[in-house]
Design a protein around this ligand. Structure first.
Ligand SMILES: N[C@@H](CCC(=O)N[C@@H](CS)C(=O)NCC(=O)O)C(=O)O
Length: 204
């Protein structure tokens, strides 16, 4: 299978890291949704990263849907989503918060980088900053209540997505995420970034 998109996208990066942990080999094509729009569009006319082209040539999009597919290919002992209902609910909550943090970061970056200054809408930006702060506050509470990993004895999807989100926001909006105010997330991030699966997918 082939994964299309750059590792500065948290959605692409979480898929790539997960495929590594799941033990599923893939080819990576580092195309940009901006600077290589036309090349990307030739593979997926919707131009969304990540895009995954399966071995059967089916073009999938959306990281969560791609990961659902990947989970079905992986051996049971490698799966990244807990089976047990209580743990599953907790994992889904954490992944949802981390994805919201990614989405809010992307919205701020696009507002700042793609929209001309005179067209920026400050009340909207303030709202998104508030949502971003809330997502990380709640993630920090989840991380504080757990340890060292968020949903058990090993790193699962909740850990991967949270660590990827944290790195992404720190890289893109360093002033919006203070590691000292989020010590448990900062520790999770640095622990995760040192693993082979993360090192194989460098942010830059
Ligand atoms: N919910 C999607 C979000 C993917 C997404 O928005 N990716 C960005 C790159 S970080 C993208 O494709 N941007 C181009 C666009 O939306 O036109 C997922 O989980 O894959």
């Amino acid at each position: 299978m082939k994964l299309i998109g750059m590792y500065d996208s948290p959605y692409v990066r979480r898929v790539a890291i997960s495929l590594n942990v799941l033990g599923l080999p893939f080819e990576h094509e580092s195309l940009s949704v901006f600077s290589t729009y036309d090349v990307f569009a030739a593979i997926n006319p919707v131009v969304k990263a990540p895009t995954l082209v399966t071995d059967d040539g089916i073009v999938l999009l959306d990281s969560t849907l791609i990961l659902e597919y990947a989970e079905r290919l992986a051996p049971a002992e490698r799966r990244l989503v807990p089976e047990e209902a209580h743990l599953f609910t907790r994992a889904q909550r954490i992944v949802g918060l981390a994805l919201a943090a990614c989405e809010k970061t992307v919205q701020i970056v696009y507002e700042n980088n793609l929209r001309p200054e005179e067209k920026r809408h400050q009340p909207w930006l303030a709202r998104v900053h508030g949502q971003l702060g809330a997502a990380y506050r709640l993630l920090e509470e989840e991380a504080q209540a757990a340890g060292p990993w968020l949903c058990g004895e090993s790193a699962l999807q909740a850990d991967i997505t949270t660590a990827v989100a944290f790195r992404f926001t720190r890289e893109m909006l360093p002033e919006s995420l203070d590691p000292e105010a989020h010590p448990n997330l900062a520790a999770l991030s640095s622990r995760s970034e040192q693993t082979a699966a993360f090192l194989a997918c460098p942010f830059k």
